[in-house]
Design a protein around this ligand. Structure first.
Ligand code: THU
Length: 134
């Protein structure tokens, strides 16, 4: 899958947000930006803690910012790191995103210019969804 209109802008927002990462332990700074169906953008960076297990990934920070703004239908997420390989969202973040938009697009990027577009369906083919509870 190739990048679509607006994807580079979303990557720019994620790259800027990455500068807000609090990652003194891993030094692995991640930025994420979600564009919603209402065409709003919500960004997040990873926030680590001296009690390591309390760390929250960039993707979940962005998702929770969107939900807290009352904006729950996601169109795409851009995830940016500064590395020579592309990022890949962790399993927990895939599941959290699937709660809201199981077929959303996922744009993976590096500050150096690597790009890959995929879908959450491809990354998490069989998510546990709200309808599983009914
Ligand atoms: N991290 C993210 O923010 N997103 C990912 O997709 C993978 C991991 C963060 C968590 C932690 O702060 C650091 O990267 C190393 O695991």
């Amino acid at each position: 899958m190739s990048l679509g209109p607006g994807d580079e802008d979303l990557i720019k927002v994620a790259a800027l947000q990455r500068q807000r990462a609090h990652a003194p332990y891993s030094k692995y700074r991640v930025g994420a930006a979600i564009r919603t169906k209402r065409n709003k953008v919500h960004a997040g960076a990873n926030v680590e803690n001296a009690s390591y297990g309390l760390t929250v990934c960039a993707e979940r920070t962005a998702a929770f910012a969107a939900v807290n703004a009352g904006d729950k239908e996601f169109d795409a997420i851009a995830i940016v790191i500064d590395d020579d390989r592309l990022p890949t969202p962790c399993g927990a973040c895939r599941q959290v995103l699937a709660e809201f938009s199981p077929t959303m697009r996922v744009i993976l990027a590096t500050t150096g210019g690597l790009r890959k577009a995929t879908t959450l369906r491809e990354l998490l083919p069989d998510p546990f969804l709200p309808e599983n509870l009914t």
